[in-house]
Write a protein that binds this ligand. Structure first.
Ligand code: DGL
Length: 277
């Protein structure tokens, strides 16, 4: 396929860590990246609210942009929405979930830490991943929204609050952890700061490269995109026009997006009060 089109969605800029891996592996791809800032942060939403939001929003985006592949570039969402979403679309959907299996496979101390949003760490989906692939390891689960916020701030060009990172990661220090899973797509954006806050021997894993490989594999069997709407380049959409979103624009352009737009979802009446950024 000449320019495979991706629709990548997250609550904010976290999915850019996934987009970068896809760009690197499939440089001819064109992406419509959706930051659903109208419902940010996903990590504090009730499961049902989040599922409903995405099941309403995605068909609208799909109709408009006709992607070849949809990537739910968010662990918080992927751990609850993949099955119902796949049931309502024929477009291949790739989800991002914490790298439990590779982490458990390479831990020597048999103590792994999962750093994710408060939503993700309490999901049944995670319990099942650990039951199936935990390889006898103990898992310390740390949930943080503050780090999601810090990643957004970093893309706004604001200084990252390193004291918060140290505080959030403090429980890991005495835990004998030798593998840390970044189970939120926002966290690779803070990789440098997280690295500096933990002992050097701890290995850090995220799911980005595996997602890009999966996308590349799926493209092999995709039918030609004849008659479909095509993106001329990379487009970045916000679902709410806010001051905080405008403050992200320079950082997003720096990542390589040609166009930034504000997309007002029609079908989606988002009623739960959210901290839209
Ligand atoms: N980036 C999302 C994830 O991977 C979460 C961000 C949020 O809480 O809005 O879980």
């Amino acid at each position: 396929m000449k320019n495979p089109n991706f629709l990548i969605i997250d609550s904010g800029v976290g999915g850019l860590s996934i987009w970068q891996e896809i760009q690197q592996l499939i440089p001819n791809s064109h992406t419509c990246y959706v930051a659903d800032n109208g419902a940010y942060p996903y990590g504090t939403l009730e499961e049902q609210v989040l599922v409903q939001r995405l099941l309403q929003l995605l068909p609208e985006l799909e109709r408009q942009y006709q992607p070849d592949i949809i990537v739910i570039a968010c662990n918080t969402a992927s751990t609850v929405v993949l099955d119902p979403l796949r049931a309502q679309t024929n477009t291949p959907v790739i989800g991002v979930v914490p790298a439990i299996k590779p982490a458990a496979a390479c831990s020597q101390s048999k103590q792994v830490t999962l750093l994710a949003t408060p939503g993700t760490i309490q999901r049944r989906y995670i319990d099942r991943l650990i039951e199936d692939f935990g390889n006898g390891c103990r898992f310390l689960r740390i949930g943080s929204n503050q780090l999601v916020h810090e990643a957004e701030q970093k893309i706004r060009g604001k200084p990252v609050n390193r004291a918060i990172i140290h505080e959030v990661l403090a429980p890991l220090q005495d835990s004998h952890t030798d593998v840390l899973i970044l189970g939120c797509t926002h966290f690779p954006i803070l990789l440098q700061e997280i690295r500096a806050a933990i002992p050097a021997h701890i290995r850090i894993l995220d799911s980005g490269a595996a997602i890009a490989r999966r996308a590349q594999q799926l493209l092999i069997d995709l039918p030609p995109a004849e008659g479909k709407t095509r993106l001329p380049g990379n487009l970045f959409l916000f679902t709410a026009e806010t001051e905080q979103a405008h403050l992200l624009e320079a950082g997003i352009k720096h990542f390589g997006f040609d166009k930034i737009r504000f997309f007002a979802p029609n079908a989606t009446q988002f009623e739960q009060k959210s901290g839209a950024t």
